[in-house]
Design a protein around this ligand. Structure first.
Ligand SMILES: *[C@@H]1O[C@H](CO)[C@@H](O)[C@H](O)[C@H]1NC(C)=O
Ligand SMILES: *[C@@H]1O[C@H](CO)[C@@H](O)[C@H](O)[C@H]1NC(C)=O
Ligand SMILES: *[C@@H]1O[C@H](CO)[C@@H](O)[C@H](O)[C@H]1NC(C)=O
Ligand SMILES: *[C@@H]1O[C@H](CO)[C@@H](O)[C@H](O)[C@H]1NC(C)=O
Length: 483
């Protein structure tokens, strides 16, 4: 009878397009697998330098979106202020404005700008950790030292200072510092010199976020910078950072094997070099789905939200301590998590990642990164599993049948039950700013305010006496399981 019932269930499953189950054993302790300690707040937000005051004085959702995560984790998410316009900005001690610039069109980023001490005072009002990006491109170190001193005095929670953004592009951008020869080796010498002088001038160790390239390692990577460091310069470095914008269409972007391979092939060796040679942290100082503000058909979609979730968790499992998702010009930003008037789908994916990591001490990736199906587990400080996040990265365009995948978790307490929250939408192409069909645990975030709406919904599943529990995830869905 049991055999026949199983066969019946299998036939029904096949009829519904459910594929053979993938099975993950929940480890009883942290360790094994691809694993790493977790920062108290691994998901950060990066604000384009010139736009930072706007986000914090003129975009209502900003504070609420950040505080929603603080409510989940007890820690304000870290922010980074920087980007291309940090290398166009000069400090002006005499201006009372946050920033001074003019643009022909509000959708543009300024080609040149100045900022005053109040810019740093505003950054200092943020209760979470803050990274401030300063100018190296203009080759005016006195101005940068003056700005760094104000950052140190005004930004109470200053985590680090960057000296230049994506310096590999300085020649293309006509930056004076790259007037002669400019390559990884020349840039590394320049970084070492600036780190030493700025560190010395502000009299603080462990304060510089070094690196900050976008072109991949090893050419533009931390290992080659470390090789050029002096003992003096290294004491000023707090951690090393890299940028990354994987790009691609929605299907490619959300595909788990693609994301796992991107993180591993791009960063694993550079992270290991930093750990082994300096013992310092490695972070993703600026990232998002597609460079240049995002792609209209890709970055605002639910598929990009799923990528956001998967990417930051994969990075965390590879010992990338924090990942900052970039936010550009207000009103002209396809990949932004929120804007002045509407929410962006990626906030949903980022929030699922925050919810997995909340209060956890370490993370493990249980899958080997070669299939479309991912499983992450977060552990508490005693090493006991807290939550698992399951991800079916199969693409669903919204038309035709929607496949599903069974995920079996083993190693749970027999006969118990577990609850779970589902991250779902009508399709990979769903958008929070075009009809509200995206939800996490039945909830959504309100346009313009980022206040949560809807009733929180948990599913419950029975764990068999053999410690196994089965979940069905449709194509392009994730499930956060509370263990
Ligand atoms: C705030 O946003 C409004 C609406 O876009 C804009 O008109 C105004 O100039 C902004 N103010 C500041 C200080 O950025
Ligand atoms: C991450 O770093 C810890 C030591 O801090 C180490 O035990 C672990 O193996 C590292 N994980 C990876 C994926 O390299
Ligand atoms: C999402 O799907 C539901 C159920 O099929 C449908 O009623 C709703 O209109 C869809 N929403 C959008 C924005 O497509
Ligand atoms: C947010 O605004 C968009 C665009 O007007 C709309 O389609 C969507 O339904 C709104 N979402 C919510 C939660 O009200």
């Amino acid at each position: 009878m049991a055999r026949i019932a199983q066969l019946g269930a299998l036939c029904a499953a096949i009829a519904q397009g459910v594929q053979a189950a993938v099975t993950f054993e929940i480890p009883s302790r942290a360790g094994g697998y691809l694993h790493a300690p977790l920062d108290p707040a691994p998901v950060g937000i990066s604000f384009e330098f010139f736009a930072f005051p706007s986000y914090f004085t003129n975009v209502t959702a900003t504070e609420q979106c950040l505080s929603n995560w603080k409510d989940l984790t007890g820690v304000w998410p870290p922010i980074r202020i920087g980007g291309t316009t940090q290398d166009r900005a000069q400090y002006d001690a005499s201006t009372s404005a946050y920033v001074v610039y003019s643009v022909a069109n509000p959708a543009d980023a300024p080609m040149t700008l100045t900022f005053g001490p109040r810019f740093m005072t505003l950054a200092g009002e943020y209760p979470g950790r803050v990274v401030v990006g300063l100018n190296r491109g203009k080759n005016n170190i006195d101005n940068t030292i003056a700005a760094a001193k104000v950052a140190v005095s005004e930004v109470t929670n200053l985590l680090a200072i960057e000296l230049g953004n994506e310096p590999e592009y300085y020649p293309k951008d006509g930056q004076p510092i790259a007037g002669g020869t400019w390559n990884p080796s020349v840039d590394a010498d320049s970084q070492v010199k600036w780190i030493t002088q700025v560190g010395n001038a502000i009299g603080k160790q462990n304060i510089i976020q070094a690196g900050n390239w976008n072109q991949p390692p090893p050419q533009w990577g931390a290992a080659q910078l470390i090789a050029k460091e002096t003992a003096e310069s290294r004491q000023y470095v707090r951690h090393y950072a890299h940028h990354n914008y994987p790009g691609g269409d929605v299907q490619k972007l959300q595909t788990h094997s693609q994301t796992a391979s991107n993180v591993r092939s791009m960063f694993a060796a550079d992270v290991a070099a930093v750990k082994q040679q300096t013992g310092k942290e490695y972070i993703l100082g600026e990232t998002n789905s597609v460079s240049g503000g995002g792609a209209a058909g890709v970055s605002p979609t639910f598929g990009a939200a799923l990528w956001t979730m998967d990417y930051v968790l994969r990075a965390a499992a590879h010992n990338i301590s924090r990942t900052y998702f970039h936010h550009g010009t207000v009103g002209n930003c396809q990949y932004c998590f929120w804007g002045r008037y509407s929410m962006g789908a990626p906030y949903y994916g980022a929030t699922a990642a925050v919810a997995l990591a909340a209060g956890a001490a370490s993370i493990a990736a249980l899958d080997d990164g070669t299939s479309n199906y991912a499983a992450y587990v977060a552990f508490d400080s005693e090493g006991a599993p807290l939550r698992a996040l399951l991800y079916n990265s199969d693409y669903y365009s919204g038309s035709g049948g929607r496949s599903a995948q069974q995920f079996v978790l083993t190693g749970l307490g027999g006969g118990s039950s577990v609850k779970a929250k589902r991250l779902t939408a009508n399709s990979s192409l769903s958008r929070a700013d075009r009809g509200n069909d995206i939800s996490f645990g039945g909830q959504y975030w309100t346009n313009g305010t980022c206040v949560v709406g809807g009733d929180e919904v948990f599913e419950t599943a029975k764990v068999g006496s053999d410690g196994r529990v089965t979940f069905n995830l449709k194509a392009a869905e994730a499930l956060l399981v509370y263990l």
